[in-house]
Write a protein that binds this ligand. Sequence first.
Ligand code: ZN
Ligand code: FE
Length: 251
Amino acid sequence: MFDILPIPAFKDNYIWLLLRDGHAAVVDPGDPVPVIARLEELGLSLESILITHHHADHQGGISALLEHWEAEVFGPENESITGRTQALLGGEVITVLGQAVQVMAVPGHTLGHLAYAVPGALFCGDTLFGAGCGRLFEGSPAQMYDSLSKIAALPDETRVYCAHEYTEMNLRFALAVEPENQDLLVRVKRVAALRDADQPSVPSTLAEEKVTNPFLRSAEPVVIAKALELGAVDRSPVAVFAAIRQWRNGF
Ligand code: ZN
Ligand code: FE
């Protein structure tokens, strides 16, 4: 397996750097500058670029990176991705730094959105966040609910490498949904300590997300009750998810 390091970018993005035997891959390099600096500092050559979706903060650095290295570029077939060499729909197994990587279709934030899974780690872009999930820019609540369910079916110990440091804000919202959730109160303290020490709050584990992330908890009575209060059409998981997601948009 490869090592995984965060490269902070912009205000709150993480570009994930994967390392193995002197070779490197990056996930969602929105900004080329910190990536080039880090790779030069470590004396590594860039072999692969993995893109989850087309937004500029995830793919804006591709062309500058390709000027430095001849890297392969994996990305969604149905989205416009700079320099893409491998178009993916989800369901494929690709090889990155000699490691088999499972490609998952996770539409919702965008329609072609992909996640990349290896044993123990998931790179999910703007689909699942620490204690939250991405906005539905292109997909429907049903699509995002299905995508999150697919992710939730991965092993509990899977670490969630999302693309943004949004956890603290998401936790404030999660507490509004479930003020009495003890796991949530524990997580709020843990994340506050990490952020105070200037440490990333991610990755989390899927186990932690399942007990604290309101968008993975559409079957919980407290979450259902909140959704109904917000005007959910019924208590089906998709309707509950849709109502909670809608509330988050204006939170
Ligand atoms: Zn995005
Ligand atoms: Fe983003």
